[in-house]
Design a protein around this ligand. Structure first.
Ligand code: COA
Length: 161
């Protein structure tokens, strides 16, 4: 089964994250990694992470390329997965699913996390299929109505107990 290794963003690897690209047709579906890193630099609640194939484990300088980027935020009891992207060359190989599973595992380790949530653009059918297959379902929360182009989802099964 495809597995991933997540690493903090550092001065040594952030440049590589700026070179990652989604397909042209996906450009409107996710913020650029440059924007995400800019946000993280002024918001300490955001946790940006580089995604590698699991074979990167144990190497200070991984021999395999960075293949994606994810970012979550823990605030007010919510572990919110803000960003997920897999480089176009590495999509459809199970890395997106594996990265979500690893981020969920990490969020469950925070004592203050009561629920795990995420969102996607309404037209992003691929993300919708991925998130539903992982146990996310529509989250009918008041503040989400302020953003009708975005679908908000809550992790249902086995949430955080
Ligand atoms: C969404 C994304 C992260 C999925 O990453 P991935 O590594 O390609 O996904 P996986 O190979 O792990 O596939 C997991 C599931 O996603 C769905 N999926 C992903 N790409 C798909 C595609 N091109 N067509 C149909 N379903 C797709 C499927 O349900 C798939 O499950 P399956 O293989 O059993 O059919 C990736 O397509 C991406 O980076 N897209 C652009 C950015 C984006 O939309 N991010 C999400 C923002 S909310």
């Amino acid at each position: 089964m495809t597995n991933v290794h997540l690493r903090p963003m550092t001065t040594a690897n952030y440049q590589e994250s700026l070179n990652l690209q989604v397909a042209e047709s996906q450009d409107s579906l996710v913020a650029s990694n440059a924007k995400s890193l800019a946000e993280a630099s002024v918001n300490p609640a955001l946790v940006p992470l580089a995604i590698y194939d699991v074979t990167a484990r144990g190497y200070a300088q991984p021999l395999v390329p960075m293949i994606g980027f994810t970012m979550y935020e823990v605030t007010a009891g919510v572990g919110f997965i803000e960003r997920l992207m897999i480089d176009r060359a590495h999509q459809r190989q199970g890395y997106g699913r594996a990265a979500m599973l690893e981020v969920i595992r990490r969020l469950k380790l925070y004592p203050e996390v009561e629920v795990i949530a995420t969102s996607h653009r309404r037209e992003n059918q691929n993300a919708a299929a991925l998130y539903h297959s992982l146990g996310f379902a529509d989250w009918d929360i008041g503040w989400a109505q302020e953003n009708p182009m975005e679908v908000f989802l809550l992790l249902m099964h086995g949430s955080v107990e």
